[in-house]
Design a protein around this ligand. Structure first.
Ligand SMILES: [Zn+2]
Length: 241
């Protein structure tokens, strides 16, 4: 869409990019049962909507859900049916490959949570550093405990009871403002629980402190080394065939 907006007579497309991206999320998020046909028809309704047509869309989503636009109508940059910008943008939005993907959109599951978890794991066990097996395991456990405690924090409220948000401007989003919800402060209760449990275990039985048995042998341990003669023989067979 960004590329199309740069073409001759198509600059109006740029005014629609953000709305269309939001509509893609909206189409999936407003369909809790994940019905692919409904999601697809909701998505396609934007082709009519951007031409100021709000009724008579697909079988599974015949009408827009927004209220009557009234006076607002005149302010919007509607696309003229049959214009170059409208034709090209419609083609883009109705691509069969895109529609197949849109049908499979999930209404609830987003990858952002798993990305947040991976980022937390990387914080506790940075990839650039090599850790022992036990070190890696312990760090991943700590990362998981932190994520379980802080991964679903709620939005914070100011003293006046207003929901807190922050605004940033990213180059990636063409310097458009991006709103971030400010979350409640992080907590570290798992550290106290972990410390008291450790003291308890150590007090109960000193043998529990021994970690040697928990560490598996290196993977290369199971690898049988060939003798030099066998290695040479194998090398020769490979080339003589
Ligand atoms: Zn509409």
């Amino acid at each position: 869409m960004e590329a199309l907006a740069k073409e001759k007579d198509c600059s109006i497309v740029g005014r629609w990019v953000r709305s269309i991206c939001n509509h893609l999320y909206g189409a999936a998020a407003s369909t809790p049962d994940g019905n692919g046909d409904v999601i697809r028809d909701k998505w396609l309704s934007v082709v009519n909507h951007m031409q100021n047509i709000h009724h008579g869309h697909g079988k599974h989503f015949p009408n827009c859900l927004h209220p009557d636009l009234g006076q607002d109508d005149q302010k919007r940059k509607w696309l003229k049916s049959g214009s170059k910008a409208c034709e090209k943008l419609s083609q883009l939005l109705e691509q069969p490959r895109l529609l197949r993907d849109v049908q499979k959109l999930s209404p609830g599951y987003q990858t952002s949570k798993i990305e947040a978890y991976h980022s937390m794991a990387n914080h506790f066990a940075p990839k650039m550093i090599g850790f022992s097996n036990l070190g890696m395991q312990s760090r991943l456990y700590l990362g998981s405990m932190d994520f379980n405690e802080n991964g679903s924090r709620q939005q914070a409220f100011s003293k006046a009871g207003k929901p807190q948000v922050s605004v940033s401007y990213s180059k990636y989003k063409k310097r458009q403002s991006v709103i971030h919800l400010v979350k409640t402060a992080r907590t570290y209760d798992y550290v106290d629980r972990l410390l008291s449990r450790t003291c308890q275990e150590v007090g109960n039985d000193q043998k529990n402190c021994c970690t040697q048995n928990l560490i598996p042998a290196p993977l290369t341990h199971t690898f049988k080394r060939l003798t030099k003669e066998d290695a040479i023989a194998r090398h020769k067979t490979r080339f003589s065939r």
